[in-house]
Design a protein around this ligand. Structure first.
Ligand code: HEC
Ligand code: HEC
Length: 338
């Protein structure tokens, strides 16, 4: 499925694919309603038949429309259960049922009966509701207005970010607010984030990547300007108030064994040493042989690992009280062998 979106992107079509096809059932239901009304009021047979045909094609067109809607939902909203989506799914089911009822009840009738006309009217309200909540989904996320010079950024935010980050919050993962995020600290960091957003363990999360075809570097600059202006800048990382001691390098097997025990008791729930793939935190295999630490991006030195245990980068709990300096030296001795 992602291939299909890549294909569209390659030819320059970077919008959702569901909205264009929605005109099919919407237009046909409007047609059925108007023709049905004419048939009812003027006892017009041909109009009644035409109304019925409109409804048959509307019924058939619901299936591809829902399919493309489902694909957009997976692609643009990562299948997140946003309330407009729930409402749209219910309305689509209602429309399907109404269409079936109108076709069954109206079969054999040359003219539209009052009952069937009523069902056409209900179908009309249903498609209007579907359109309204579709618009809600795409446009109406909560977007605080900024000063005039940030209008472009505001529009970009409305079109791309507001559905998941209303008011700069985060409806999928309330802990990962957009407001005050580290990723807003400068343009380069921000662009790197939106092109390839990651969970804390380095895996891909529900936030979709925004490639240059969708948000160019110049647009990212406008977007960042708006976000920082209206929702506030990155909160500065708290300074580490612990002095990092000179690390005692240990290689004796007794130390390594103690370190292994400490790792199993304190770290294993969130980290593996058998690979680099993440659990809750990143995999730590060969961590001291790497250039930089995966999150902090600072050099992969024993000092910086010590620092991570005292002043963690972000979501990892601090081991300030739990592990003495001595124990951390043993842990580092163990990590060094992995
Ligand atoms: C489909 C929902 C969705 C959309 C759309 C979305 N995000 Fe996110 N965003 C998330 C989620 C979920 C997270 C938490 C991390 C993750 O899952 O990847 C997140 C995290 C973030 C963070 C980091 C927050 C932190 O914890 O430091 C920033 C910054 C961010 N998003 C910016 C944006 C911008 C800018 C846009 C629009 C261009 C956008 N997001 C569009 C869902 C979304
Ligand atoms: C509750 C889960 C959890 C536990 C327990 C935990 N970590 Fe972490 N660790 C994380 C997360 C999440 C990160 C990602 C960076 C962050 O959010 O601080 C991380 C990152 C790291 C990093 C990389 C830091 C960077 O800047 O890239 C190291 C090294 C590390 N942890 C070592 C340890 C050691 C050693 C222990 C055991 C004493 C431990 N962790 C226990 C969750 C945990």
């Amino acid at each position: 499925m992602e291939r299909l979106y890549q294909l569209f992107e390659a030819v320059g079509y970077v919008h959702p694919i569901h909205p264009p096809i929605t005109h099919l059932p919407v237009g046909l239901v409007i047609g059925a309603f108007l023709l049905g009304l004419i048939s009812l009021l003027f006892h017009h047979q041909m109009a009644g038949r035409a109304a019925r045909y409109c409804m048959i094609i509307a019924f058939l067109s619901i299936f591809p429309t829902v399919l493309l809607g489902y694909m957009d939902w997976q692609h643009y909203f990562a299948g997140g259960w946003l309330s407009p989506i729930k409402i749209k799914l219910v309305l689509a089911a209602v429309l399907l049922i109404l269409a079936i009822i109108s076709l069954v009840v109206g079969r054999g009738d040359e003219r539209t009966s009052p009952g069937v006309a009523g069902i056409y009217a209900l179908s009309l309200f249903t498609v209007l509701g579907l359109g309204f909540f579709g618009g809600q989904l795409v446009y109406s996320g909560k977007v605080p207005a900024g000063p005039a010079e940030f209008r472009t950024g505001e529009k970009l935010f409305r079109a791309n970010c507001s559905s998941c980050h209303p008011y700069g919050g985060n409806i999928i993962d309330p802990k990962a607010e957009l407001r005050g995020s580290d990723e807003l600290k400068d343009l380069q960091t921000f662009i790197r984030w939106i092109r390839d957003p990651r969970l804390d363990n380095g895996a891909k999360g529900p936030m979709p990547p925004f490639l240059p075809a969708r948000v160019s570097d110049a647009q990212a600059k406008e977007l960042l300007g708006y976000i920082v202006k209206v929702m506030g800048p990155a909160k500065p990382a708290p300074e580490c108030d612990v002095t990092i001691p000179a690390i005692v390098k240990r290689t004796e097997p007794a130390s390594v064994a103690k370190g292994k025990q400490l790792f199993e008791a304190n770290c294993m729930g969130c980290h593996t040493v058998f690979g680099t793939e993440g659990l809750v935190g990143p995999g730590l295999k060969g961590i001291l042989k790497r250039k930089t630490l995966p999150f902090g991006d600072w050099p992969a030195t024993p000092e910086n690992i010590f620092k991570q245990l005292r002043c963690p980068y972000k979501d990892m709990p601090s081991f300030r009280e739990k592990l003495t300096d001595e124990q951390v030296f043993d842990l580092i001795a163990f990590l060094n062998t992995q």
